[in-house]
Ligand binder design. Structure first.
Ligand SMILES: NC(=O)c1ccc[n+]([C@@H]2O[C@H](COP(=O)([O-])OP(=O)(O)OC[C@H]3O[C@@H](n4cnc5c(N)ncnc54)[C@H](OP(=O)(O)O)[C@@H]3O)[C@@H](O)[C@H]2O)c1
Length: 613
């Protein structure tokens, strides 16, 4: 999609990224369009290239050797280019690249992209970070008494998946005395007519939120304050009177609000993720410069996928490079741009910042509770679960059942390379890292991955889904699936008037397929333990994914239970059930075999009412 003609200048990617000639090493003045920066802008447009990737994926599966696959890909491309040169000569074509592009889908790249960054020497950067760290240490000392810091936090994104866990853990952290949560009003529209039915105020949203988080006791309530605002507006949309009050009290800003939609258009992603982040940085910068203020640091919640499709190299914590294999979507790209802005504020304006970069976040590690989140990994699990239920359904005529069963089988094709490593991390671990950063001045100036070293592969996921949900997922080679099978499948489904399923499968294939191809980036970890003091024993991802399946099945019925009050009630019962089970079996719930877990659940909870029996 070419969006360049409509882009306002402040959204131009060239503010962050430059195009450099591979021939001369000079910066090129060409316009950079957002779609040029995505993986799909470079691939999947030619049948031969798609097949080559398919073959490579086979080699990775057979040998487990990604390096060998890359070498072969290079050799095949070089053979393609040589053949094109010979053919061009034979047919009298002056430009062999035209032939190689038409026949093999090979494009000769004469440029590469890189981030426009400061050109400070490493030593100078370290000196500045040292200064910021010392200042943070001093400020933390000033707001400490009785041997502990007295923290007052302004939080954006408190109604989101990660934000809710921040509220939960903050409620149980004695060093945090106040959390001011920035919330925008919520407009409720009629689904059919689009008519505005109701506006829920930030105060009403906040009250509901605390009830749903089981934090509505008088003591808990008085720790939280809800403030109207919008991160896309200057000064975060906070009224002047309120700003005057916050300037004197706030010790930290945690900027967690974002749009985490992998299919957002560039402009929407930019407004939420880049403009929103810039407004938060400006707000913190103003707080830092107030005489007599108590500001310690700004915590930017980013993602370890700011490294995009960085293959071969380890995605390092201390540096962000434009990824060799580009970005999966505008979400990743705009989060990376926000990270560049955060670095600029730190190095050019001396703002004390900590950049915290979670990997793919899933429900909490013990029970899988996620407070109603249905994003990211939950989406395919819920589709598989619903497909499994359709396959097991014995109601209806033989024809109806056959049709439902055929459709359900289609829904169980997942674009995933068996060897693809998927970086999942539980929300409780992520938030433990975020709250630790409030009290760790040593983290100032650093980018810290809140990721895992216990990777799970597509194959693990397929096997766990089979054991837990009884669903046989077929892994399809992602490139082939996206480029050939999926377009065909969606056309057939639309003819059969299965638009919803067609839409869900298309979304699954195009949005998540990118995360399950071979050659996924490996995100370095270590600073979470060294700088934040978290345990080096990171959550067991296999157990956590198992609990995600069990939770989504029983608590959320694969997305069918959507009412957040009901989910809150169920998650409380589920939590108690998991605690009792762990005590009985003297084992983590995720380690209890599927069959035993099923029996225990059936004996203790009535699935219809979701009440203990
Ligand atoms: N979930 C993941 O797997 C994951 C992985 C890595 C990093 N992260 C990062 O973690 C952070 C939180 O993610 P999440 O999963 O909690 O996202 P989420 O559930 O989608 O929540 C997003 C939050 O941002 C708020 N928000 C969005 N636009 C806003 C605006 N203009 N003004 C005020 N608030 C706004 C939303 O408020 P409303 O309720 O009003 O919409 C909501 O509270 C993000 O920065 C994300 O990039 C998430």
């Amino acid at each position: 999609m070419n969006t360049s003609h409509q882009l306002p200048p402040e959204m131009a990617p060239s503010k962050y990224i430059e195009k450099v000639s591979l021939v001369t090493g000079e910066t090129l003045d060409d316009e950079i369009r957002p779609d040029q920066l995505l993986v799909h802008g470079h691939r999947d447009y030619h049948i031969v290239d798609v097949h080559a990737r398919f073959m490579m994926s086979r080699i990775v599966n057979a040998t487990g050797d990604e390096e060998e696959a890359r070498d072969r890909m290079k050799r095949m491309r070089s053979l393609g280019r040589r053949t094109s040169r010979v053919l061009a000569r034979m047919i009298g074509e002056q430009n062999p690249e035209k032939v190689s592009k038409a026949l093999f889908g090979l494009k000769d790249k004469e440029y590469y992209f890189r981030y426009r960054k400061h050109h400070l020497p490493r030593q100078e950067i370290e000196k500045r970070i040292d200064g910021l760290r010392h200042a943070a240490e001093e400020r933390l000392g000033e707001i400490s008494s009785d041997g502990r810091p007295h923290l007052r936090v302004l939080l954006t994104g408190g109604t989101g998946f990660v934000g809710k866990e921040i509220l939960w853990q903050a409620a149980h952290n004695d060093n945090i005395e106040e959390v001011v949560v920035l919330i925008r009003p919520k407009n409720i529209h009629d689904r059919k007519t689009g008519e505005l039915l109701e506006v829920i105020t930030p105060e009403q949203r906040g009250k509901k939120l605390l009830e749903q988080l089981w934090l509505d006791g008088p003591e808990e309530r008085c720790k939280f304050r809800f403030l109207a605002g919008d991160v896309e507006k200057p000064n975060l949309g906070i009224s002047e009177d309120e700003v005057a009050g916050l300037e004197k009290t706030i010790t930290h800003v945690i900027h967690c609000a974002a749009s985490v939609a992998f299919d957002d258009p560039y402009e929407d992603a930019f407004r939420a993720n880049v403009t929103g982040s810039l407004n938060a940085l400006r707000f913190s910068h103003a707080l830092q410069n107030v005489d007599g203020g108590r500001f310690v640091a700004h915590l930017a919640i980013e993602t370890s996928y700011i490294h995009g499709r960085q293959t071969k190299q380890l995605a390092r914590e201390d540096e962000i490079l434009f990824p060799r294999n580009f970005y999966n979507n505008y979400y990743e790209l705009t989060k990376a741009m926000a990270s560049i802005d955060t670095e600029r504020f730190m190095l050019e304006k001396d703002l004390r910042v900590v950049q915290l970069c979670p990997a793919i976040v899933i429900g909490e590690s013990k029970a899988g509770n996620n407070r109603g989140d249905t994003k990211v990994v939950n989406a395919p699990v819920n589709i598989f679960g619903r497909a499994g239920a359709a396959l097991a359904d014995k109601k209806g005529s033989w024809i109806d059942r056959s049709k439902a069963s055929a459709l359900a089988r289609l829904a169980c094709v997942f674009p995933g390379d068996p060897s693809a490593q998927i970086n999942l991390i539980t929300v409780d671990r992520v938030v433990a890292g975020i709250l630790a950063a409030l009290e760790r001045p040593g983290a100032t100036g650093r980018r810290i991955h809140l990721a895992t070293d216990k990777h799970i592969t597509s194959l693990h996921i397929r096997d766990i889904v089979r054991e837990e949900l009884g669903v046989d997922v077929k892994l399809a080679e992602p490139t082939l699936h996206r480029a050939l099978t999926l377009p065909l499948l969606t056309r057939v489904l639309k003819r059969l008037r299965q638009e919803r399923l067609a839409y869900a499968l298309k979304k699954l294939g195009t949005i998540f397929g990118g995360y399950s191809e071979w050659g996924q980036p490996v995100h370095e970890v270590g600073r979470d333990a060294r700088l934040l003091g978290l345990s080096e024993d990171r959550p067991d991802t296999v157990h956590a994914f198992r609990m995600l399946c069990r939770h989504n099945h029983r608590v959320q019925q694969f997305g069918a239970v959507r009412d957040l009050d009901e989910i809150s009630r169920r998650e409380r019962i589920w939590w108690e059930f998991v605690l009792a089970l762990e005590a009985k079996h003297d084992s983590a719930a995720g380690a209890i075999p599927a069959e035993v877990f099923r029996r225990e659940f059936a004996a203790r909870i009535d699935p219809a009412s979701f009440e203990p029996v």
